[in-house]
Design a protein. Sequence first.
Lengths: 513, 367
Amino acid sequence: MVTYIVRRLVTAALILLGASFLVYLLTAASGDPLAEFRASSAPNKQQLMDSRSALLDLDTPAPVRYFKWLGGAAQCLVPFTGSCNLGKNIAGQPITDALGHALIQTLTLVTGAAVLAILVGITLGIITALRQYSTLDYGVTFMAFLFFSLPIFWVAVLLKEFGAIGFNNFLRNPEIPLPVSLGVAAVLGAVAVVVAGGDARRKASTGAIVFAAAAAVLIYFSVTQWFKTPGLGPVVIAIAGVGIAFAVTLLTAGLRNRKALQSALIAVGVGLVLYFVVQPLLDQATFLMVLLLAVAAVLVGMAIGYFMGGYDRGQSMRAAAITSFLVGFLIVLDRFMQAWPAYFNNSRVRGRPIATIGAGTPNIEGDFWILGLDSFTHLILPTTALILISLAGYTRFTRASMLEIMNMDYIRTARAKGLSERTVVMRHAFRNALIPVATIVAFDIGGLIGGAVITETVFSVRGMGFLFLDGIQHVDPNPVMGVFVCVAITAMAFNLIADLAYSALDPRVRVKA
Amino acid sequence: MAEEAGLRQEAAGIEPVSEARGLSQGQIVRKRFLGHSGAIVGLAVFAIIFVMAFTSVGYAGIPGWWKYTHEAVSPLVNDGTPTASLWPLAWGEHPFGQDRIGRDLFAMTMRGAQQSITIMVVIGLIAGLIGVVVGALSGYFRGWMEAVLMRLTDVIIIVPALLLAAVMAQLAGRRDEGSWFAAFASSNGVLALGIFLGFISWVGLARLMRGEFLTLREREFVDAARISGASNARIIFKHILPNAVGVLIVNVTLTMSAAILTETALSYLGVGVKSPDTSLGLLISQNQEAFATRPWLFWFPGLFIVLICLSINFIGDGLRDAFDPRQKKFNAKKARDAGATVPEATPVAALDSRADDGRTAGGDRGA
């Protein structure tokens, strides 16, 4: 095992050396960094050219410059000395600083998108595999192919037009005309008919209920101008919480496990009481505090499950912990919604909240909630675009993996010994279907920080992709090398992690020592 | 492991013997592919686009039936709005509209579709060829050949395609220096781009082919061929490659559909096809600012990217189902019939009393 890892690391280091040499030479050969001055008619033309030549060290041949760069970069390997030198970019800024900023921007952009895409993709994949060849399966498959075929820059422009400009115009006077409400509700009802299982009668009743509920909610939104002053309030949190409690229990323990259901419901009750208790506390929220509250919510849930006991304590604890976490999320969501009018009328936002470019409103001031909303309104469109693009792969892959598992002999054995369908799916099939998905996920996470070049360009996020593209356009090797080294190292590290994870998750696979 | 699973599935009787009786592998694959409605629709849509793109504005100097070319400027008709209408069905003077200076969008879109299809085919051919050769050599001979070729693959995988495209665009742009590459690229920009993208997109294929060769070379029929005196070349081409052709074709198709998106993305970023020639990505890039005033300039090129890519993906899916021996059903209607008559084919219905539970549980989850 250790031999294997060491050998992989040594190979990776050699590949990195070779590839970085290649990238350096390619960047240097990709153009003339003095081109903008050659065409200019400035009187100090020669001086400008000389200063840039000196800055980029153009008198030295590119291969020699690479080894100079390598000498500086090698210092990064020595920990705790702080003498990391990746050179300077064409404007004279150290690359290490620029990389730090860009990395934060890119990570805030891609993290949420990746997590959501993985969660939704795996869920859809599992559901479509369980309902193979149903209308839902065909619908999701078609959507997956469609999303797979969409050019991201095209989606991005559409999102900007309809998601930002259109929605902002709508917010000016948030009234939904009655026919539109009914139409949207009808579409949702139709989706519900497709999603709902069972016989025709069950499908029809589900569709009708969803249609009526959606229409009522939309009309309510329109009448009360909900979009101007959104909020959930304790009543909605209570109803949603009970729904969450039932759903979580159904998935983790089965509704027949009454103790688990009671634990989850008690967690919802505690959450409702705490809703009123924490409101003053939330007014002075910081990121750390919200994080601690989330941890506390999970712990409280586990404690509830522990004291409820039952024949399987673990199941009750799990159900209650997940439920209380989700209810806590609803409470935080409600607090964000309470801050919405203040954000909406902020002098910097001026009633057009959804932004089309950038990662934040310049010079905005406010508390945690205002700043959080600001990030949200800037991230929602690029995140949506990234999710749409990457969702399809996860859905298809999980579906294929799940179908293969469901045909295995041990699934038949599990059914034959009388386990409930929930146990078969959640305990036996789901976990094993996730093994190949886990390696794909690790692989994709490795490619994430370099994979959003186009999204960053379209939405003007100054992340890694921007740095890279900017470096190429100015024929400036140092930023290109900085981004390349970061991206390559993460990609290789996660490749190794993916292989190790596979052998750790599936005992049949052994790494070659 | 995949192979074991495949054998097990076949042994479980999922593949009815009668379906394959007296048919060659090619016939089985063709029959299954033709039974895949999504793939057939994809093939039809792709054929229509292909014929339309290559006959309408002409190709390689041969004039087409459409009256405008992608470069010709004509007076604006009705401020350039599309003249095509569904009811009454009419084509009009400029069916997809015109851009700001009066170029016909239909001609430009068709030219862009030509470019995309050309690039796709070139990439498919080059990537397929290099991928097969590299994968076959490293998988069959192993040893130092595998080590060298796979390390080379690793290096190419991590060098960003965007950088290579930028370098190539730069080289192609240096017309004054008169190198053979610049001369070739300036006259056949899109062909050069396709060849170049082909040279970097074979890596995934090579890895897959190596995996196939690694498993197939250990099989008994390869041993038998070797004992009866077959040369290495004969074993590779006559014995192993035909068994790996399914994986190859499917993945070449998928590489091609990804290649279209790569080309449009590169053109969008300004390092792919350059004006005055046009491509679908370049059209979108040029016209995205005009979305509010001339939305059609944005809709039609995007629509064609999606249509081409979608049809190729569906064809690839159909091919995968047709080549994959583990696939038991691929036709909606057949599947429903089979599911109704052969209960053990669908494990969910294996125990009738449990089948309802399964559906209800799934339903609640879905809702």
